[in-house]
Write a protein that binds this ligand. Structure first.
Ligand SMILES: [Zn+2]
Ligand SMILES: [Zn+2]
Length: 281
């Protein structure tokens, strides 16, 4: 089947930024997500303009847009430790700056955890941190807030994301929805009716027009587990039928798909990409 659907995966840049292109081509993707630096270290360096422009050119030549950057998992914009928040913000500012340099469609962010203090107690603080980040980054860079599985005070329910979006009306702020996280947070979209209810809730909280990207992952844990564990496409509690219905739903069928599945242990592979291609209708 010929389709122009954008589909790719989180791929490694180990060995250099251009490796992301090789790795995406190897699995048959036409979009990608990367870490702009080490996922385990705070330090970030800015891409040189020559590296950034050769990457952009190569992405265009191979038709691999959109490219997303995933922010560090260490990030916490809701911590009561000001040093951690400061580190989080400067890494995020670097990621957004690099994102603009390579023509990326956005930086995906897990906002962080309120560590049991409750959303209402940190809401104003988190919003002001995000506002500060947007104010210190290139105007063409996009920040994508991701929904969470609801574990351990992790911020990112649809309601919380909706409140942030409402408080910060900004074209540069968008949403990434992860299917595994949504299911683990309690949305049972394995049925037609459940999918409609989830989409309705997206519409009334963040707004469908704000959704830029789907992280397409099966779930290794049960509905409402609050436990974030991704599984290969079709092998988890979501299954092929539910995922196929979701990606082809008229309200979501235009969205790029990025896989963050384990593969055979070394990350998303061609087998997973091929499974998704089989689902396109
Ligand atoms: Zn994700
Ligand atoms: Zn996850």
């Amino acid at each position: 089947m010929i389709t122009n659907r954008r589909l790719g995966a989180h791929v490694s840049c180990a060995g250099g930024l251009t490796k992301a292109i090789t790795n995406t081509l190897a699995i048959g993707g036409n979009a990608m997500q990367i870490f702009a630096g080490s996922p385990r270290m705070w330090a970030r360096t800015l891409y040189s303009s020559s590296l950034a422009s050769s990457f952009r050119l190569s992405v265009r030549q191979h038709d691999l847009n959109p490219v997303y950057i995933h922010a560090l998992y260490l990030t916490n914009l809701a911590s009561d430790n000001p040093e951690l928040v400061a580190k989080s913000k400067s890494a995020l500012i670097m990621d957004l700056t690099n994102s603009a340099a390579i023509g990326s469609a956005g930086v995906v962010l897990h906002i962080g955890s309120h560590q049991g203090r409750g959303w209402s107690n940190v809401q104003g603080y988190v919003i002001s941190q995000i506002k500060e980040v947007l104010g210190n980054t290139p105007s063409e860079s996009i920040l994508l807030l991701e929904n969470s599985a609801g574990q351990q005070g992790k911020i990112g329910s649809l309601l919380e994301l909706g409140e942030i979006i409402t408080a910060l009306p900004n074209q540069r702020l968008k949403i990434c929805l992860d299917t595994a996280h949504a299911f683990e947070a309690g949305y049972n979209f394995t049925t037609e009716n459940g999918l409609e209810m989830w989409i309705k809730e997206i519409e009334t909280t963040v707004g469908l027009d704000k959704v830029e990207l789907l992280h397409l992952n099966d779930s290794k844990t049960k509905l409402g587990s609050g436990h974030d564990m991704h599984q290969n496409i079709g092998d988890g509690y979501l299954g092929t039928q539910a995922l196929a219905r979701l990606i082809n739903h008229p309200s979501l069928a235009h969205l790029p798909l990025i896989l963050e599945v384990p593969g055979d242990g070394s990350g998303p592979d061609k087998a997973n990409i091929d499974r998704v291609k089989q689902m396109f209708s």
